[in-house]
Design a protein around this ligand. Sequence first.
Ligand code: NAD
Length: 250
Amino acid sequence: MRLNDKVAVVTGAGRGIGRAIALKLAREGAKVCVADLDQVSAGKVAKEILDMGREALAVRVDVTDYSDVEEMVNKALDVFGMIDILVNNAGWDKAEPFLESTQETWDKVIAINFRGPINCTRAVLPHMVQRKYGKILSIASDAGRVGSSGEAVYSGAKGGVIAFSKTIAREMSRFGINVNCVCPGPTETPLFDEIASGNPKLAEGLKRAIPLRRLGKPGDIANAVAFLVSDEAEYITGQTLSVSGGLTMI
Ligand SMILES: NC(=O)c1ccc[n+]([C@@H]2O[C@H](COP(=O)([O-])OP(=O)(O)OC[C@H]3O[C@@H](n4cnc5c(N)ncnc54)[C@H](O)[C@@H]3O)[C@@H](O)[C@H]2O)c1
């Protein structure tokens, strides 16, 4: 197992891609802090991990709130004594043409998708710097690399996460901290279902456009994350990996 005795904090781990990442890291041997805005779903995923014989801690967190994030980090440190891995996965979007979107939606999209990873990264870094060890992996999006109609501000926020991660990778390299991004393409999750609900032909159209001819599964993303947060990837930092069935090739 690649992550024996490592401690991982995964945000937005109550469902979808975050849940798959939490379960995969646990299967690879990690102890996992399952953090989510929804305490109930975080608790269910933590129980799934406990049932497989691994350690888990469910924490309610709003990643947009810095004091909440600090509390999450302190709880993980109290219970596990260290944090080796941070996965910034929590995200949210509402698909609509930019000209129809409101400032309220922009603020929410930027707060969750951009400020969230900034908050969590800032809160774990002092501990990682002190130990001269850490892996920070943010789930961005191909929208942040190539744009996506109906997701203008979300694309900007995800592009921001990618640029932020590259800078943190540069600043933190001397402390043995690797910082990378994974960009999912369209992936079958509750969020994707919400976005696709107003457009029944979206999924079929995407499948035709994706070279590997299917939507992503949460496990596809989790497999890439498990590699990038492991020591097998110790010479990889500041990188952005698309996991999109070939939909984007950049
Ligand atoms: N599903 C896709 O097609 C797709 C494509 C590209 C990128 N992504 C990205 O992947 C990540 C996971 O997306 P998903 O599809 O699994 O979404 P999802 O909505 O199914 O799950 C997201 C989880 O994040 C939690 N969350 C939301 N706001 C939060 C907050 N403020 N604080 C803490 N937790 C919060 C939710 O409660 C939920 O459990 C997101 O960053 C998303 O932008 C998804």
